[in-house]
Design a protein around this ligand. Sequence first.
Ligand SMILES: *Cc1c(COP(=O)(O)O)cnc(C)c1O
Length: 445
Amino acid sequence: MSSKLALYGGPKAVQTPPGDIFTWPIVTKEDEEAVLEVLRRGAMSGTDVTKLYEQEFAEWQGTRYALACNNGTSALFCAFFGCKIGVGDEVICPSLTYWASATPAYAMGATPVFAEVDPNTLCIDPNDIEHRITDRTKAILVVHYVGHPADMDPIMEIARKHNLKVIEDVSHAQGGLYKGRKLGSIGDVGAMSLMSGKSFAIGEGGMLVTDDREIYERAIAYGHYERYTLDNIQTEDLKPYVGLPLGGQKLRMHQLSSAMGRVQLKYYDERMARIREAMNYFWDLLEGVPGLRPHRVPKDSGSTMAGWYAPRGIYVPEELEGLSVTQFTRAVRAEGVACSPGANKPLHLHPLFNTCDVYGHGKPTRIANSTRDLRQPPGSLPITEGLGRRLYTIPWFKYLDKKIIEEHALAYRKAAENYKELLKDDPGDPPSLGGWGLFSQLQQQ
Ligand SMILES: *Cc1c(COP(=O)(O)O)cnc(C)c1O
């Protein structure tokens, strides 16, 4: 049994100052020089650096095309339009995600249909997809949630059988692998955020990647008007409208971001590998501790946790006589670790997906173009709804420093092993845990 809990007056598990082990992104002189070059040249709104970044990114990603956008949300809008999501269509997606995975549907006149996630991977459950498919279903959107790859093989099989597009939201898992294949290159199109809080961090930015020429051209047509010209477009349907954006949007990447992105790309794989080494060490230290389960891929599976963005642990209160995650994380915090319960709140419980009439249809936007009521009330996705009470944040180490990592792991071990003491003044969990964004939670830590 570990020593007395700091919550009740014992010594804190974490004693060593963290130094730069949590600092992210890593910005060097090389990033600064690249950004200054654009700034001094006054080329912030150009596309020359961005096009180089796209070429290098596509090569790294292993896709034919990459299209840079001003943020990940925009890349997702382009991906939805690229897949011809339109009025009355349905897109099956997880409810446990950041809102931008689902909100592009509304702009296209479509609606999201939320599916459960697997409680171990936290990604869309392949067994909860097929029964939600109707003749209006156009696409499946998967999120490789907080670094964990979604189970793509069965998802692709379902999609091919029903002639659906697959959009991968890679915002949490840039550069990650699923059975040796790069995330974002398995479905029809990948879209990802590259904002400063993500593991691939370049400022504000997003990237769309695909092998599909038509998706790529439609993405250009949606929000990159200055590149929507006859020399770039082969798709007949798109030719008559060149010159103006079909989506009425202007979504190109800021070149200060592209300049930083080119530098970050050179070091990204190496930095991710260091993160994974550190994070795996943390979980190895906690192996077998009751109540705590790692959220990670099996060793030698050919899959990876990418840059292990916004990492979480899985909490099993049944093994701790029902100790609430609220009380558990309170004890961990007292040990000197910024630890909070929950993750993204389930989207299907927000009024935007139930009552809000965004565009003045005279009825909720969710069902504006539907022939049946697709709204999903509380209780409709019990696994997803219960996950706030089964997840907690863990530190996002950027490199292996055994001493610091061991102290942090000890904080979690102490809280779990002394759970009986914690039961005495357990306030229980509030009705809802987590937030609408992970980055804001990270910043609060
Ligand atoms: C961050 C994020 C986005 C949106 O990206 P931005 O660059 O913030 O617009 C989309 N999907 C997921 C899952 C995200 O975490």
